[in-house]
Ligand binder design. Structure first.
Ligand code: ZN
Length: 272
């Protein structure tokens, strides 16, 4: 929740996640949050009414501060992208930074009421904003997405989207859930739209918040039912059934895509 520094105290040692633009200020010893008390953070003193409490991280309080597009003078620090934090393979760090980013992004994009145009105010007891004029209330945006790994006998379907072409990466299929649609309907629709095949034996696997910028990935495992691969050429440019021992470059298993691929390979291995 939004706090001011008087409530936190000037001396208290805490972790600080400072956002400048879409980057995070970090210690120069890579992938480590700033650990300091308020007095040591002169560069953000003018933002003392912008502090968001995130609970605890590694046994200390953790706060986020958004300086917007301000360029900070950073002698002892550097900045990292959100993806850089993800690539650091530190799951608990990524988790707290991801949450902080979604709250910061929410505050930046909900300054005015969508219903009457008045200024929105922060609600004191939960992460929400409320219109002082018409009482319209908003919460941080979460966009549900399905993601699915599909197997056919001893092969796995992996596809390359436009965004993955440069990295030469193949991954599982994913897409946004549409309004009024169940997760299961979204999985069947997305798979058919993107690669033209029907699937069966849909099984829920798990979920992962994905802050690029505000998705919640809900993972499924499935089997091929019928149809040949026929990519839509729009979102997906290439897709194939891959042998387990001839896999292309795939996402790391810190992402749910990587975990789904791993789980599918295990399922294939356990067949024999
Ligand atoms: Zn309003």
């Amino acid at each position: 929740m939004l706090l001011d520094i008087e409530k936190i105290g000037h001396e208290q040692h805490a972790h600080w996640i400072i956002f400048t633009g879409d980057r995070i200020v970090a210690n120069k010893q890579q992938a480590k949050l700033i650990e300091a008390n308020w007095q040591q953070l002169a560069m953000i003193h003018q933002y003392q009414d912008q502090i968001i409490s995130l609970g605890e991280y590694e046994g200390k309080p953790c706060y986020a501060v958004d300086v917007g597009t301000e360029q900070l003078a950073l002698d002892d620090y550097e900045t990292m992208s959100l993806r850089g934090v993800f690539m650091s393979h530190n799951e608990s760090l990524f988790s707290i930074v991801a949450r902080a980013w979604q709250w910061v992004l929410f505050r930046r994009t909900h300054r005015y009421c969508g219903q009457c145009g008045s200024t929105m105010q922060q609600v004191g007891w939960e992460m929400a904003t409320q219109c002082h004029s018409c009482r319209h209330r908003c919460y941080p945006r979460v966009s549900p997405c399905i993601i699915v790994a599909i197997k056919k006998h001893d092969k796995i379907l992996l596809a390359q989207g436009k965004a993955q072409k440069e990295r030469k990466m193949f991954s599982t299929l994913a897409g946004f859930v549409e309004s009024g649609e169940s997760l299961e309907q979204a999985v069947h629709r997305e798979v058919f739209e993107e690669v033209g095949v029907k699937i069966k034996n849909l099984e829920y696997f798990g979920s992962q918040p994905w802050p690029f910028p505000h998705s919640l990935m809900m993972g499924f495992l499935a089997d091929h039912d019928s149809g040949e691969i026929n990519v839509d050429g729009d979102e997906i440019i290439e897709a194939h059934w891959f042998d387990v021992d001839e896999l292309p470059f795939v996402p790391p298993n810190m992402s749910i895509a990587g975990k789904l691929i791993e789980a599918t390979l295990e399922r294939i291995a356990n067949r024999s």
